[in-house]
Design a protein around this ligand. Sequence first.
Ligand code: BES
Ligand code: MN
Ligand code: ZN
Length: 494
Amino acid sequence: MECVIKTIEQAASHNSPCLVIPIFNKGTLSRPARQIDKASKGLIGTLIKRGDIEGKVGQTLLIPALSAIKAERVLLLGCGSGKKLSQGDFLKLVRQLLTQLAKHKVSHATLLLDELSVSGHDKGWMISQLACQGELASYRYHKTLSKPKPASRLKRLTFDGNNNKSLRTASHQGRAIAQGMNIAKELGNLPGNLCTPNYLAQQARRLARQHKKMTTSILDEKKMRELGMGALLSVTAGTEQPAKLIVIEYKGAAKSQKPHVLVGKGITFDSGGISIKPGARMDEMKYDMCGAASVIGTMAAVGELALAVNVVAIIAAAENLPSGAATKPGDVVTSMSGQTIEVLNTDAEGRLVLCDALTYAARFKPASVIDIATLTGACVVALGKHATALYSNQDDFAAELLAAGNAVNDRAWQMPLWDDYQVQLNSNFADIANIGGPEGGSITAACFLSRFSKDYRWAHLDIAGTAWVSGANKGATGRPVGLLTQYLIEKSAG
Ligand code: BES
Ligand code: MN
Ligand code: ZN
């Protein structure tokens, strides 16, 4: 989908398949509403007086064809009182607008929303959100359907506004984030028999081929054994699918600039292993690579925006299955860091692949390291599906990530990483156990990871609740590509 910004002086004479005009429920008509009203001999006033549209947030009314108006259709969009909208109301209005555009099969809409404002945000933010939501609406899953779903008809959004650099950048950023989210959604939605560790490696290679500043290297199991990645390898012991450690490097800034490292959990199917999961909803464990998917989606957005920053993506990709060769509860393995781990539950596999990837991350001398993982069911219990759980060993880093998430409506919530919880990981037979008991499961998982990320500025995002939605419309959400991309945009700004 394309986004265009230009100033539109006269709504009535503007040629477009669909003009979108704001209607306020108090005070005067908006300027474009006044122009249409005048050209159509008071039609807008009549519709409002009759109560056909009141101007409530998100309310819509389509006027199919008016002889006095150049545009093919006019969509009246309720925008509230005319005062600043809350962020929530604005996003609701955007969703309603896109639903209506899809329903009426609009290919190109011109949005005359210049008079709208949202509290706490500027015009650039509004345009980036519109561009983002518009692009997200174009996503369809069809890879494994024999009849593809009809594609989105929406090809272009034109925004009324001064076509300056800052608004163009805002629209580009919104669209790039959505493209990255759509890549992450597609990878998440693909079934485990197609989206294997090897498939993720191929996708990383494909992405790097599209961007001059991006390169990939794939470490196979032999290489991982040489590096001493006993924790990661213990997870892949029960499957025929070879594990991969996928490294993507993006060099957008001087060599002397330390890179920001993103580490993604890429369990392409999590059966639980010998500690096997119950059957109900086990299919959803194909999404256990959504951390990896968000890392790939973010790299795509970073490449698209050509950000002036260095980024390294590390994806720990493996499948967790039971077999005669699988790791058993009670087995002790040695991680790349040298710390030994008692595997009390083979279903706590995410932290086992991540801990070796985190140790590996140190060799890039990172400015910061963020790992992203569908790590614990306990996280879903604690925060539900709205907030990503955020942990960090540095509070100012946590604050930066929270702010980035707030800015793009991809929110996280900081959780405690207190030493008080660490004792739950004590083991009689190894340096550390891989589970911390039933209390505070998302926290003890973060505590486990913290033992492997002491030497740098580190944060952990548990996205078990936010990476996908269950139920009739189940599917991957593309989160937290927005938060991660926004963080890197801010890093590239200075
Ligand atoms: N991938 C799961 C976490 C998960 C569960 C994500 C539900 C999304 C929805 C993870 O590997 C796992 O199985 N975690 C265990 C940890 C436990 C054994 C300590 C869990 O949450 O039950
Ligand atoms: Mn598991
Ligand atoms: Zn898992």
